[in-house]
Design a binder for this molecule. Structure first.
Ligand code: NDP
Ligand code: PYC
Length: 339
């Protein structure tokens, strides 16, 4: 049996924060990264937990992200579009700088968008979705990545794994949140299978010759596949258009050209849209939140579960019992702190 160590959420945050500070990140960048990475471990989302630290540090070392960046907020007075330039730093502190203005504008106009430009992005989107739902607003979040996914009918990497997330606020309960890669699985999952010496499930990827493969090495060298065939391929393309081209930032193939590798965290933009359910429904057919609860109740009533419920249960457990890490993970953290 694998030996495990248990750390409190605060203790893990302290360690991850210290690793980033030691690597030369300023306090703003380090603490925002530590928050999102520790949230990944806390919620049992291993593909975007502490495993991502090394990639972020490699990207700093390669000079492809600015460790001391200070995001700049462009309030664009009178507009529903708020912009934050991450200044070549990570996306997470830029999001934290922009979210109060996003929420205020969404309340003012009924909907608003936060555009983040020039950011390095390696994280899960649900922490950002949850920050918007905590404001009583619905949220749509998306960003490109780097070219690793073949469009349906094609055989070469072109689209990114382009995550897409949605959230709906619920009174007195955790929000309704889904958050997924538009490839069959996140690339981080393929990498974790490779590290564990495990084969991939069928249908995740093709090799360099365009043949289906379950070998993670062959999948990383070849291309991943979109989820749901042509439907995922179209949603992935929409994300390139809206959160790449429309916001004047890089598309996934451009990111790969710029970085020349998928071993560093990708730099591009991000689009966050906040919507006010009260403003859209404007009293028609009653309280939108009560109607949403009836819908969720019917889903659960069939024996189905709501997305994120696994995650919220994992969070409850981590909050009560701490976060369990393996010996190898603890050693990795110690090694990174000593570097
Ligand atoms: P998963 O396929 O693991 O999960 C996708 C969503 O579906 C989750 O909200 C999950 O909730 C929900 N879900 C899973 N099973 C069920 C079920 N049986 N019934 C109802 N809901 C269910 O996610 P992915 O592997 O596609 O993505 C993982 C993460 O990777 C995401 O957080 C994403 O943001 C991130 N990512 C980031 C990228 C980036 O460029 N920054 C690129 C690609 C991905 P639950 O968690 O509760 O199981
Ligand atoms: O897991 O696909 C992924 C990913 C790409 C960039 C960040 N996460």
């Amino acid at each position: 049996m694998t030996e495990t160590f248990t750390l409190t959420i605060a203790a893990l945050h302290e360690r991850v924060d210290a690793i980033f500070l030691k690597a030369g990140l300023n306090a703003l960048q380090a603490s925002a990264l530590a928050r999102v990475i520790v949230a990944g471990e806390r919620d049992a989302c291993k593909s975007h937990g502490i495993y991502r630290i090394e990639g972020a540090l490699r990207t700093v070392k390669a000079g492809k992200v600015k460790p001391d960046a200070i995001p700049s907020l462009d309030l664009n007075e009178g507009s529903a579009i708020v912009k934050v330039n991450a200044g070549g730093g990570f996306a997470n502190p830029a999001f934290e700088v922009g979210v109060p203005a996003l929420a205020a504008r969404a309340r003012q106009f009924g909907l608003a968008a936060l555009v983040i430009n020039d950011c390095t992005h390696f994280s899960a989107l649900w922490p950002e979705v949850e920050a918007v739902t905590e404001e009583g607003l619905a949220a749509l979040v998306m960003c490109p990545s780097y070219a690793t996914v073949a469009p349906t009918g094609g055989t070469k990497p072109l689209l990114g794994t382009n995550p897409f997330a949605f959230g709906w606020p619920r009174k007195g309960s955790t929000p309704y949140v889904f958050d997924f890669a538009t490839s069959v699985a996140a690339r981080g999952e393929v990498e974790l299978h490779r590290r564990a010496g495990k084969q991939l499930p069928e249908g995740w990827a093709i090799d360099v010759d365009g043949e289906l493969t379950t070998d993670p090495e062959a999948a990383l060298a070849g291309a991943m596949l979109p989820f749901g065939g042509h439907k995922g391929s179209a949603i992935g393309t929409m994300i390139e258009l809206l959160a790449g081209i429309m916001i004047g930032d890089l598309t996934s193939p451009e990111v790969l050209d710029y970085l020349g590798t998928t071993t560093l965290a990708p730099m591009h933009g991000e689009l966050i849209i906040a919507l006010s359910p009260e403003a859209f429904s404007a009293g028609r057919r009653g309280d939108p939140f009560a109607r949403a609860e009836a819908l969720f109740g019917s889903i659960i009533g069939q024996g189905a579960r709501l997305p994120s419920m696994r995650r919220f249960l994992a969070r409850e457990k981590s909050e009560a019992q701490g976060i369990a890490l393996t010996t190898a993970e603890m050693e990795q953290l110690d090694r990174l702190l000593e570097k």
